[in-house]
Write a protein that binds this ligand. Structure first.
Ligand SMILES: [Fe+2]
Length: 446
């Protein structure tokens, strides 16, 4: 096993590193502004108890940026110290946020603009070394990812919102052709996590050797077409497929199909960003909870992959023994690799991204839909919280399941082969899907 990892930002001159960070910040902001370019009522309404009003997310993005880039990195005076408490996500549950004395639309836009001007000035001047927060412009990368994560959250708010469509995007590419249903991943050690990825967050670190047994994994995420067979065979009415907490959740909440689906006389339909449409059979299923994913897998005679299995399928290159940054290699994601960045407002058909396949031939691991794994969220051996415990450590434990790979709503700068997301097993307003796995039998490994 080779453990050499490259830091792709180390080759950049200080000037190019600053330009790289500024470009990432600017791209995140462009998307935030599209998502909040709606009338004041849409911006200030709480569209679901699960979400904040969009205008809260917008000013919260500015508040986090002020705390880390303006005050901590830049050593400057507060822009609006009076806002810290209102926009502290740990102090206020989403359901309670509408009652906060938050900034109105114009003030929120003005606030994030002012903070951003200062951050970019600081980025030009501050030495990008000396402190761990500054090396590789980490703090700027962390704040970029924070903004992009809120862009995905705001996209989920748009999906929950009632009314006519306000977001528009072209459709993703079609399938390039049929693929084998599953891929054998060899047993043995591989390098999981990272110690070199410059903008990796604390929970992705450090790189460590992990061993998995040989297993099979689905070549692509489970499609709507396959999922409909589970639905139509009565899968939601048969407790044998569900775990005990999963069945209780399904019963207590009257769950009968993926979120946003509705049965019509001619089959299943769904609402997608205000458009009512027939469920497309060839796209990965999205808006399913962990419990639904787990029940489908059992019905199909399979199981969900563990987190190490998912990462090995995504990163392991059997030719070199190395773990790649992305399934396709070490290059940053390009359009042909994956459905990312809200370029399209839906997952792409399975088989649509042959250039994004992993060396083992597993497709669409990055982009399209977040994939539930069977693993709880824990720190890796040698985990150290950075830069603050509330980023990840306070969430470690059995209440959260890990999701991998990002969705069409995730930006390229906020996803990589090592990136870990986590959520409650009941969650499905997120862009969550899954793929299945199974143990390899003795006669199947050569
Ligand atoms: Fe946040």
């Amino acid at each position: 096993m080779t453990t050499a990892e490259q830091n792709p930002l180390r080759e950049l001159s200080p000037q190019d590193l600053r330009a790289h960070a500024a470009e990432a910040l600017t791209r995140a902001r462009a998307r935030s502004l599209v998502l909040t370019d709606v009338d004041d009522e849409t911006l200030t309404t709480q569209h679901s108890k699960l979400m904040s009003p969009l205008v809260w997310d917008l000013a919260h993005i500015g508040s986090q940026e002020e705390l880390w880039l303006v005050r901590d990195v830049g050593g400057r005076e507060p822009v609006r110290g009076d806002l810290d408490e209102i926009y502290d996500a740990f102090l206020h549950a989403r359901a309670d946020r509408p009652s906060l004395p938050m900034l109105g639309p114009e003030d929120a836009r003005g606030y994030v603009r002012e903070v951003r001007e200062k951050s970019l000035e600081i980025l030009e001047k501050v030495p990008l070394s000396g402190r761990r927060l500054l090396a590789d412009a980490f703090a700027f990368g962390m704040i970029t990812q924070h903004e992009q994560q809120h862009d995905e959250t705001m996209l989920a708010t748009h999906q929950l919102r009632q009314g006519d469509p306000v977001l528009h995007a072209p459709n993703p590419p079609k399938s390039a052709g049929p693929l084998p249903s599953e891929v054998l991943v060899p047993g043995g050690p591989f390098q999981m996590g990272t110690s070199a990825e410059p903008w990796a967050l604390d929970n992705e670190r450090p790189a460590h050797e992990t061993v998995v047994e040989a297993f099979f994994i689905d070549t692509t995420p489970v499609t709507n077409g396959a999922y409909t067979e589970f639905l139509d065979s009565g899968g939601y009415d048969d407790p044998q497929w569900w775990s005990e907490p999963g069945w209780a959740y399904r019963q207590d909440n009257g769950i009968v199909a993926p979120r946003f689906w509705k049965r019509e006389i001619d089959g299943w339909w769904r609402t997608r960003f205000g458009v009512y449409e027939r469920v497309p059979a060839a796209e990965p299923v999205v808006h399913v909870s962990f419990y639904e994913a787990e029940a489908y897998a059992k019905w199909a005679g399979r199981r969900l992959p563990t987190e190490p299995e998912w990462e090995k399928a995504a990163r392991f290159d059997p030719a070199s023994g190395r773990s790649r940054r992305f399934p396709w290699g070490d290059d940053e994601p390009r359009e042909e690799h994956a459905n990312l960045g809200q370029r399209h407002l839906r997952p792409a058909e399975v088989g649509a991204y042959p250039a994004g396949a992993s060396p083992l031939g597993v497709h669409q691991l990055i982009g399209d839909v977040w994939e539930w794994t069977s693993s709880d969220f824990h720190g890796y051996p040698g985990f150290a919280a950075f830069p603050y415990r509330e980023y990840s450590e306070v969430f470690f434990g059995p209440e959260y399941k890990v999701l991998r790979g990002g969705s069409f709503g995730t930006d390229a700068a906020a996803i990589r082969g090592t990136f870990r997301n986590w959520d409650y097993p009941i969650r499905r307003q997120i862009f969550s899907g899954f793929r299945c796995a199974r143990d390899a039998g003795p006669g199947e490994i050569d």
